[in-house]
Design a protein around this ligand. Structure first.
Ligand SMILES: Cc1cc2nc3c(=O)[nH]c(=O)nc-3n(C[C@H](O)[C@H](O)[C@H](O)COP(=O)(O)OP(=O)(O)OC[C@H]3O[C@@H](n4cnc5c(N)ncnc54)[C@H](O)[C@@H]3O)c2cc1C
Length: 442
């Protein structure tokens, strides 16, 4: 859509996560006469949506200067928002590594230097020995398990904490955004049925068809369906859903008090990410190579053909799934070193959280390259939650054709796989087929 064309009178937004809700509010603010219809398979906060979780990390120490600037602006907006800020906890984020020669140690070193510049030296606290890393969580005088007792040696050997980072209650904030949308006269919701396909006539979208065959006409369709987007438009390798393991461990009231001020702690060498206790539990996840779930579906843009895609297999579609054994083993190996009291404790629950992963970690915010009236607002990869207050305006800028060129290039549909933001790298290796390794609980 160029800036000369009239703005659509009805916009259908597929997906009520960070991208969909933020875009709907931004549309309503800028174009109050435009009717916005948000369609989701479930009612927000969507139980298995990527945006809905107990916690998400809010930080701006990106190596990439564009995301660093955007994240700083977004974090400020969250801090200044009286509703969101009630669920924001600025307890810092610690980045650890094993210090052995590897790409992870190199990334750790460069992110440390970058963090000092971006967040200010006063916000960076370094821990140069594994004792100091351990003591930052467990207190002065505490001693880590000797490295000789750990299979594979010690991994939490050096660290820095960036005090400017925070964690946020993701589910509560999505609820806040949903409530705001519900109170906005130009926004309405159709929840409970998935969009089966986008209606396209003469290379122009006309609206959407729901699973039950009902149609919703509209002159613009925004695909904000996160990890599910590749069934609605053909995305090839531009966006691949990859699942990552997440688990929760209950802590006692005494433990909650003991660890209440700890920071989010992440280990670049092992991929473990651990949140401070919140509402009686500690959440851990791993930036593993991840999991895929291969299915065969109709080609979204040519129903005479079929394609194989990875597709989210979640707690909603497969409620008895629990994370694979290798994922649990890797989490527990980390806990034995950094949180020994929790290493043998049962997980309260676990899940695979699906990410709309892009090769460079850059979002996909662009018009469809060949079908008029479709706009993409997805590809959040593992880092888009923090842009909740600002991403919608950037999507509307993109629809208007007023997005700055550097962002047009960054978030384009057809994009070279140049570089990668390595602020929180994934482990080496290819995603495993989830169906081969998933376990079940009763
Ligand atoms: C384990 C994990 C940790 C993360 N940590 C962080 C972090 O610390 N900080 C950070 O900033 N980001 C983080 N992220 C990334 C962030 O959560 C995502 O980038 C962001 O939430 C993506 O939002 P979304 O709107 O694209 O997707 P979603 O929230 O998944 O929204 C998509 C919606 O589309 C709906 N939908 C899909 N298909 C259809 C259909 N056919 N019809 C109707 N509705 C449909 C779904 O039901 C869903 O509600 C993390 C992600 C994961 C998985």
């Amino acid at each position: 859509m160029g800036s000369q064309a009239p703005f659509p009178s009805t916009v259908i937004v597929i997906g009520a996560g960070v991208f969909g809700l933020s875009t709907s509010l931004a549309l309503a603010k800028r174009y109050p006469a435009t009717k916005v219809i948000v369609v989701d398979r479930l009612t927000p906060p969507v139980e298995d949506g990527t945006s809905v979780d107990t916690t998400r990390c809010i930080r701006s120490d990106y190596v990439d200067p564009i995301y660093a600037r955007l994240a700083k602006e977004a974090q400020k907006k969250i801090q200044e928002d009286p509703d969101l800020s009630r669920f924001l906890f600025q307890q810092g984020m610690t980045f650890a590594c094993d210090g052995q020669p590897s790409r992870f140690t190199k990334i750790w070193q460069s992110t440390l230097e970058k963090a000092k510049t971006l967040s200010g030296h006063e916000n960076i606290v370094e821990q140069q020995t594994r004792e100091k890393v351990y003591q930052r969580i467990h207190g002065e005088g505490s001693q880590p398990v000797p490295a000789s007792e750990l299979e594979g040696g010690s991994k939490w050997n050096q660290a820095y904490c960036n005090l400017s980072a925070a964690f946020i209650d993701a589910k509560e904030c999505i609820q806040i955004y949903y409530d705001r949308c519900m109170k906005t006269p130009s926004i309405s919701f159709r929840c409970g049925l998935a969009v089966d396909r986008i209606m396209v006539v003469d290379n122009r979208s006309q609206g959407v068809v729901l699973e039950d065959g009902a149609t919703i006409p509209g002159d613009m369709v925004i695909v904000a369906a996160g990890a599910w987007s590749n069934k609605l438009v053909y995305l090839g390798n531009r966006l691949v859903p990859i699942g990552h393991e997440v688990a929760w461990i209950k802590v006692t009231e005494e433990e909650q008090r003991r660890w209440k001020n700890m920071s989010i702690s992440t280990n670049l060498s092992t991929g473990l990410n651990m949140f401070p206790p919140y509402r009686g539990e500690i959440k851990i996840l791993r930036r593993s190579p991840g999991y895929k779930n291969t299915v065969t579906v109709a080609h979204p843009e040519d129903s005479t053909k079929q394609i194989s895609i990875s597709w989210p297999r979640t707690m909603v579609s497969n409620p008895t799934d629990t994370i694979p054994a290798d994922a649990e083993a890797a989490m527990r190996a980390n806990l034995r070193e950094i949180m020994p009291d929790l290493a043998g404790r049962p997980f309260d629950r676990s899940k695979i959280c699906w990410i709309s992963t892009t090769p460079t970690g850059d979002f996909l915010i662009a018009p469809h390259p060949s079908i008029a009236g479709i706009h993409l607002a997805t590809g959040g990869s593992a880092h888009a939650w923090k842009f909740l207050p600002t991403i919608g305006d950037l999507v509307v800028d993109s629809m208007e054709g007023s997005l700055p060129q550097e962002l047009v290039d960054k978030w384009a549909f057809r994009k070279e796989s140049k570089g990668k933001d390595e602020s929180s790298p994934r482990m080496d290796g290819d995603p495993e087929e989830l169906g081969d390794v998933v376990r079940h609980h009763l």
